[in-house]
Design a protein around this ligand. Structure first.
Ligand code: MG
Length: 380
């Protein structure tokens, strides 16, 4: 049995991970859970899954929770609590499913300790790809993607010589505004942006899917997971979200991975990799598919995607600035303080303001993140 720590167990991926773990019988045990501040759901998860310890990022929520649990589970708190929980000797493997930059430190800690990470928190690879993949190979930790596109690529690469890969093709649903004129982007409401056509996900990633920044972040994630330069990582819009991504080989042959859009499939593959195990999730019925379509992304309409490619090519801290500016802009949009069309403007502004520097150290990354956030306070 493998003991798992779920970083971010109350989020969308965390909840699905617990469901997957339950479906796998005795193979895995969720020994540690962490949450930001959703203590009601965490209390329910503790009751059902009986972890040995939990960590809560928000200190006052942690204090409430400690009272409520009355000593029945160990409760750690704050950023240091998250690091401590990853370090516990009874944790064999970590599911990194926190949202955004805050997932970086605990994920990096797991990698440092040589613990395998099933990674959904793409932002941690976007901002610290070089550092994290370098440490992983040095310490013998495996980073296995949960992100459905990267899981698809990993599945297509199984049994193949990496030297025979010509390019990767990441598919994108195109989000809710695929057919909307860019002229109307200033009037997009939060409710409209949160209505994703094919995937049910958390708020931050749903907005990223509407701007196509999610695909930009995934291009950067793919660069670090699979070691290909940006010219060999393409994006293709596929509104039905059935083909989860593809690999083209040197002989012109293309392999694709298909399935219903359900994150439980890539979560299970990341946990059991390199094995494939039975599941009871919904199956793809080709006879009920209403066709599959593919088209190139419109990079003039969705400016976040070329901004992400630009940051990846610039290298160093540029993806840190891109990510921080995106997190700030999405937060402002969700709070009703920034219009949807302005999200790429803020990101471009930050990228102009902070030229790329080498990003081999965690301190440089944290500093670039902080400086970007404080620079963008002028839009508050
Ligand atoms: Mg994805």
């Amino acid at each position: 049995m493998k003991n798992i720590c779920i970083l971010g167990s109350t989020g969308s991926i965390g909840v699905s991970s617990l469901e997957v773990i339950s479906g796998l019988g005795d193979r895995f045990r969720p020994v540690c859970l962490t949450a930001n501040r959703n203590v009601d759901l965490l209390a329910e998860q503790v009751r059902v899954h009986r972890p040995a310890a939990v960590a809560i990022l928000d200190a006052s929520a942690a204090a409430d929770f400690r009272n409520r649990m009355n000593g029945s589970v160990e409760v750690l708190d704050g950023p240091s609590g998250l690091l401590e929980i990853v370090k516990r000797e009874d944790v064999d493997m970590v599911i990194g499913s926190m949202v955004g930059f805050s997932g970086l430190a605990p994920t990096l800690e797991a990698v440092k300790l040589g613990k395998n990470v099933a990674l959904a928190n793409k932002e941690s690879l976007v901002v610290a790809g070089e550092l994290m993949t370098g440490l992983a190979s040095e310490r013998g930790a495996k980073i296995v993607p949960i992100d459905s596109e990267h899981s698809a690529i990993l599945q297509c690469l199984a049994g193949e010589d990496p030297a025979t890969v010509e390019r990767l093709i990441l598919t994108a649903s195109g989000g809710p505004f695929l057919d909307r004129d860019a002229g109307g982007f200033g009037k997009v409401t939060v409710g409209e942006a949160l209505r994703h056509p094919t995937w049910k996900m958390g708020k931050k990633i749903t907005i990223d899917s509407a701007t196509l920044m999610n695909k930009g972040l995934e291009v950067i994630e793919a660069r670090w997971l699979f070691g290909l330069d940006p010219d060999r990582i393409g994006v293709l819009v596929h509104p039905q979200s059935i083909v989860h991504s593809m690999v083209e080989f040197v002989d012109g042959s293309v392999k694709a991975q298909l399935g219903v859009p359900d994150m439980k499939v890539p979560i299970q593959y990341a946990l059991t990799w390199p094995d494939r195990t039975p599941s009871r999730w919904e199956r793809l019925d080709f006879s009920k598919l209403n066709g599959m379509t593919f088209l190139p992304p419109d990079t003039e309409k969705f400016r976040c995607l070329p901004l992400a490619y630009g940051a990846l090519r610039a290298g160093g801290t540029a993806p840190v600035v891109l990510n921080a500016a995106n997190e700030v802009s999405v937060g402002l949009f969700l709070a009703g303080r920034l219009t949807f069309d302005r999200i790429p403007d803020l990101i471009a502004d930050a990228l102009d303001r902070f030229p790329a520097q080498a990003a081999g150290e965690l301190e440089t990354i944290i500093d670039a993140d902080r400086r970007t956030r404080s620079y963008l306070e002028k839009y508050n």
